[in-house]
Design a protein around this ligand. Sequence first.
Ligand code: GAL
Length: 708
Amino acid sequence: MARPRWPTTAAGRSPRHRAASRAGAPEHRLGPRCRAPHEERGATVQDQDHRWLRWPTEPARRRIAFGADYNPEQWPPHVWDDDVRAMRAAGLNIVSLGIFSWARIQPGADVWDFTWLDEVMDLLHANSIAVDLATGTASPPHWLTTKHPEILPVDHEGRTVWPGARQHWRPTSPVFREHALRLVRAMAERYGRHPALVAWHVSNEFGCHNAYDYSDAAAAAFRDWLRARYRSTAALNRAWTTAVWSQRYSDWAEILPPRWTGAGSQPNPAQRLDFLRFSSDALREHLRAERDLLRELTPEVPVTTNFMVAASVRAVDYARWAGEVDFVANDHYVVPGPQGLDELSFSANLTGNLAGGRPWFLMEHSTSAVSWQPINVAKRPGELARDSLTHVAHGADAVCFFQWRQSAGGAEKYHSAMVPHAGTDTAVFRAVCELGATLRDLARVAGAHRTPARAAILFDWESWWAAEQDPRPSDRVRYRQEALDWYTAFLDLGIRADVTPLDADWERYDLVVAPLLHMVPGGLAARLTVYAIAGGHVVTTYCSGIVDEHDHVWLGGYPGALCDLLGIRIEEFAPLLDDERAELDNGTTGTVWSDRIDLTDPATEVLARYRTGEQAGRPAVTRRPTGSGSAAYVSTRLGAGGVAAILDELAGRAGVTSELPPELRGAVELAVRGPHRFLINRTDRPVDVSAVAGAATILGPRAVIVVR
Ligand code: GAL
């Protein structure tokens, strides 16, 4: 391997670099060095120092990063010059490079080809475009999988996940780890001092295609993980309730990942839950391995990886990952449908809170259609900017897309990009250029922290996993959808609400909603109770408080852990069939679930009763005052509209009100970053926002404005 060509002194730099740095000031790094990551559950970036991009060769000035995944290896070199010219025209200041370049950089075990990447790095730098450089380990090359098929994941039926797509690697494979770290070392040694480098981008979307591996390597690692968690097989047997169906283990070696047990069988749920936890942790181990090597070799360069805080992705417990990176980065793609924008806002909001309120990086979203949904709909005029700015409203200080130039072939040839197949003389590219100008104007916002709301929705990956795995009273229960419905209800009422991980410091909020809080580990019920007594207002829903962290049912009636706090008791679950509806006396209608509620505390109020169905006349929504706060329970799925009716009352009684004038509530989303208020038009019509933004201000359809 040739030595890197970029020494630290300007005199030795490449001609392109010298030209670019003539006008520049010394390298600038924001923020202090990072401390060691926290090990314990729920460590977030709140707990550690935060490092943002190390912008090169320019004086410190505020700006929002604007860019894309850049895949120049898909194009002949003459296109690269066109690329950077168009990037400059659009105002790009950063690209993520080399994400899927392993096979090109290392075409054989001992063959390296950096010449093309050297050229691209220099070209970008000469054009003042910074690089978030991938470690390149996301997709192993064929020579590696041919020589070492033991790095390929195995699915739960024992089928090998073969090369042919991407991300075909086991996080627990020592062989994969060795080869990946060799590449990381080569990248860091070659480009660690390159002036274009502003951050490391480890791998890509951990767990997107390789979240679960059931191979023998995974089995061995799973056993190690279990041994560290339970110490003895006796403790594991208790936790997994192996007395059921003769599943007792006498030796660690007998334990397997939850592999295929036959059609219609019901595998051990605690084993499956632990496997989900293990799988998230196993991927995190790989992230840590790459990150630690990067920190050793290039301690001054911040490290991130792109999360997938999104509707369809639940394999990674990001509450346990956020503290591992120097700054949080996220990829988000809009889900078409009536709640598409709300879901975007929900994900951005949660990402902002995973980032501890600090700025975060939108690493990928799309300019227009994606190519992996059943029907891939192009974005309508205005949506490109609105979607981007909604992320900024929730704390993003970077707006990046997948990808710069739309591929001409390969798996993603129909996925939109900043430069579409039709070229730069297009509406998409013009919208990109306009967005670049808008982001330049918005530089004043950069660095501002999210301002917490007074209400929060608590989000918990483990409740998501536990509520939706078999066995369950109803497979119609959807954790994230329920949380989203509450979020939509907040938006409809014009009340700002944070979406925050369960382990965050939520006692600061006046009102916390924990929808479908299915898993209540020991200690959480007490924490909620103390919060309520001290004046906090808790709201939870059907299917909550049912199991502890081992998926053991809290005995004594449902909602087990929360019975005392809520002042209610339920003897049997009463899920609804698909065609069943339960009408409530407040005019709303429940689906999916109902409960036969007994009140156990005379102080518990009934806010709504069932009017029809099995539970007619019985309580449907309750609220128990306790201390100077309260605890409310909603026993059926009301959907966003029904939730809004209840939430209006609950928020009002908690003293949490809208910050918007009545005429804007529902039409406009308000998000706040320091002194900056973002108004996001949730409708397809112009909205007069003069009351907030000053005389005669009309917010166009699908538009966003920022006011101080
Ligand atoms: C992401 C991935 C990108 C690209 C994009 C398309 O999941 O990181 O490489 O495939 O999806 O939407």
